[in-house]
Design a protein around this ligand. Sequence first.
Ligand code: UD1
Length: 429
Amino acid sequence: MDKFLIRGGKPLNGKVEISGAKNSALPCLAATLLTPETVTLHNVPYVKDLITQRRLLEDLGATVLTPELHTQKIKAKNIEIFEAPYELVKTMRASVLALGPLLGRFGQAKVSLPGGCAIGTRPIDLHLKAFEQLGATVSLESGDVVARAPKGRLIGADTYFEKVSVTGTENVMMAAVLAKGITTIHNAAREPEIEDLAELLNKMGAKISSAGTDTIKIEGVEGLNGTEHSIIPDRIETGTFIVAAAITNGELEISKCQPKHLEAVIGKLRETGVEITELDETTIFVKRNGSQLNAKDVTTQPHPDFPTDMQAQYMALMTQAEGESTIVETIFENRFMHVSELKRMGANIHTSGNTAIVDGKTRLMGAKVQASDLRASASLVLAGLCAEGETIIDRVYHIDRGYEMIVQKLRNIGANIERVSDSMAMSAE
Ligand code: UD1
């Protein structure tokens, strides 16, 4: 198992380019199941979750060609299997995104019920309820969710999400584009990834309006066609690099990003004292300039508010801010796994339920720590970059799921970080 070895304390300076958004590429790949024609997706990040999603499409019978590293040409003409198996769902929950398109196009889908994961139970009950509202019958058979559309086609309907769900909204959008009649999704997620998926689906011939608002309208069509689409930049990777500049007291030009997709994050970081300048629509310049960081409270909420996927990185930054910051996690019930590791490095953090109080500023010291999920890993990398001495982060396969070439990107801007195998990490101690 690989580890990261970081020798911290160096400011990061230079330029970094943002990759395509993992959380947009995942549903967009699933959407290719909706047509027998070829869909070409550009700017797909080369990360583990996308390799898993590609494998799922191939297992179902699709042909996936990758003419370039970041371009995938997918033809789902001969789909013979309508099932996302347990082996894939257990490694990547987003494989449940196959449900909507399979049910929409073929009137049947089976997906292993995702179990608990590091950040909480994460059920898919709301996805299933919405499918039922579209006329599907849903049953649980030996741990698998089996959904069927009577007479092979879903029927457009009013659907309502009791809780905002990103993949739930995406799944229902993909199921409804080929349904008979009009579907309305109430209390829909408003994340930029939803808009990106809607844009792709509309290019394929779907009739979706108001994606990006909390009420999405979908007029079902008879069939969809092939198209080309470029995935939006990853807003969480962007936010992570902004924090990297701030926490190391460096200066970074971050390009190929979409600052408008992370206004809440940029706004909050500016409040803490980080200087963020928009050079143009897709480039920002971040610097700390030696100035003091101020502790500011944050509460995670669905988009357009502060994203849960930036909570762990923000917490790492708050260990370097003067004063007390209260961080409230409202999306997932168990998303403070990084706290114990940050404390091992010297952070002063107290948690109670879904609230963490960070008392800064503390001197972080390198330590042996363990990554528990994707964004928790990012926060440990950030902490390691500003800590004194050597940090060894174990279980970095979590970070490989969602950050493209993280080690190379950080090294290019001056970080002292390397990926080491188990035996090398031992000798480095
Ligand atoms: C997506 C993102 C993930 C991000 C999360 C919240 C992808 C692939 N992943 O995950 O990175 O952290 O949004 O922004 O896009 N819930 C239910 N029942 C359901 C569905 C959700 O109770 O049927 C709950 C979840 O447990 C959670 C909340 O609703 O507490 C939000 O989850 P959701 O938006 O669905 O997260 P994901 O789509 O899984």
